[in-house]
Design a protein around this ligand. Sequence first.
Ligand code: SAH
Length: 330
Amino acid sequence: MPERLDAFVARAAAAYYARGGAFGRAGDFTTAPEMTQVFGECLGLWAAVTWQAMGAPPRVVLAELGPGRGTLMADALRAAREAMPAFAAAAEVHLVETSPALRASQRARVPEAVWHARVEGVPDGPLILLANEFLDALPVRQIVRRGGLWRERFVEDGRFVELPTDLDPGAAPEGEVREIGEAREAVAALLARRVAARVGAALLLDYGPAETAPGDTLQAVRAHAPADPLAEPGSADLTAHVDFAALARAARAEGAAVFGPLPQGLFLARLGLHARSAALARAVPGRAATLMSAAHRLTAPEGMGRLFKALCLCHPALPAPPGFEDWFED
Ligand code: SAH
């Protein structure tokens, strides 16, 4: 039976993350928090400053979606405790994770957290939410233009088959592929409703173009090398570019203010990633080379500085969050 691409990707992702051990040098891919502790520390300080801008509520939900090994949240909390203990004391940590193996890694680093299988499970109230490389793991649908009509990609026996579809975004050149991330836009809409209803801010870091672009961006990575995305589900990490313009539209429709997308390199530089990396390198000379090369890779345009972006969904009355001070909506 052909399986619609998003259903295939959802099944593959669940099988893949259930195994849990894919992160870091020995695994399939490396993410920003696994490269340097300074990434999570900067986001912890971002959260602390945002909490102050929210009026320093005595209780705040500090949530993360898809926390991987829990490294980002552990680094963020350590920095927050040091720099702004009142924020750390107000924060109630909630993690959204489906994989039992990854929940166990997260529990080892962030024992005080409360876990949820779905974003809907995060409790109401003042909210600060972080998500790094979460949305790129949520499934996309793909449609392709054939003979003046759209057809949709299904997967059967490790290959694409094209079947009729209910999606119709209008005319396009023959053979053009479009990706539709309904599950991602639903998360953006839900977060937007939450931050607009109570006070809150959601910071989404991921990779993809600033403007919606056509094309097939589904990719599989195994042991740091490209793999066949349609091969045995669960054998490789499957992701696709995040459509930031679509997320921003979905969030605005729910009444949130939207800042960004800003290139990650610019965002992290503004949060002080380089200065903090240099200070830590001076304090721990044995780690200087690793710290400086990670800071470079995260911010350089040819590394993760340009393709990766930061998008922030906020309560409309909040001032621009740290890093987005010069952002003006058209
Ligand atoms: N943020 C981490 C991990 C990114 S990998 C880092 O930067 O290192 C994607 C994460 O999202 C994993 O923790 C994975 O288990 C989780 N995940 C993927 N799909 C999910 C879903 N549908 N619901 C909840 N968590 C999901």
